[in-house]
Design a binder for this molecule. Sequence first.
Ligand code: NAD
Length: 107
Amino acid sequence: MSESGCRRKDCWKIELPLRAYAREMGRLDGKVIVLSAAAQGIGRACAIAFGKEGARVIATDINEEKLKELEQYSGIETKVLDVTQKVQVEMLAKDIENIDVLFNCAG
Ligand SMILES: NC(=O)c1ccc[n+]([C@@H]2O[C@H](COP(=O)([O-])OP(=O)(O)OC[C@H]3O[C@@H](n4cnc5c(N)ncnc54)[C@H](O)[C@@H]3O)[C@@H](O)[C@H]2O)c1
């Protein structure tokens, strides 16, 4: 058996192009991730990392000025949100059709 585990001799013909394609893709391509407390610290670092992996990131925070800085990174859009305000949370939920990951970093 080869290193890849395939028993057929010509498996590499399929496997090599697939591996190259996988390297080009982000691990989060097509995913929608919503973060709270994303303007600084852990939330900010995660928003940038998720965006780099191809996710559509909706970064939220109460600090509008710092939050806007995130828009320079690919895949990130921002929305001001105070997680203690139920009405604001409900409005955001209505705005977003699908969510794959919710990272509620505000604590
Ligand atoms: N940094 C650590 O070592 C550590 C360790 C354990 C737990 N935590 C927890 O992780 C979370 C994030 O930590 P951090 O160090 O990145 O914090 P941080 O202080 O760097 O950032 C907190 C962010 O939350 C935002 N925020 C505050 N109130 C908010 C609200 N009502 N709605 C929305 N956003 C609000 C702030 O504007 C700020 O951008 C916190 O809950 C913290 O308690 C942090």
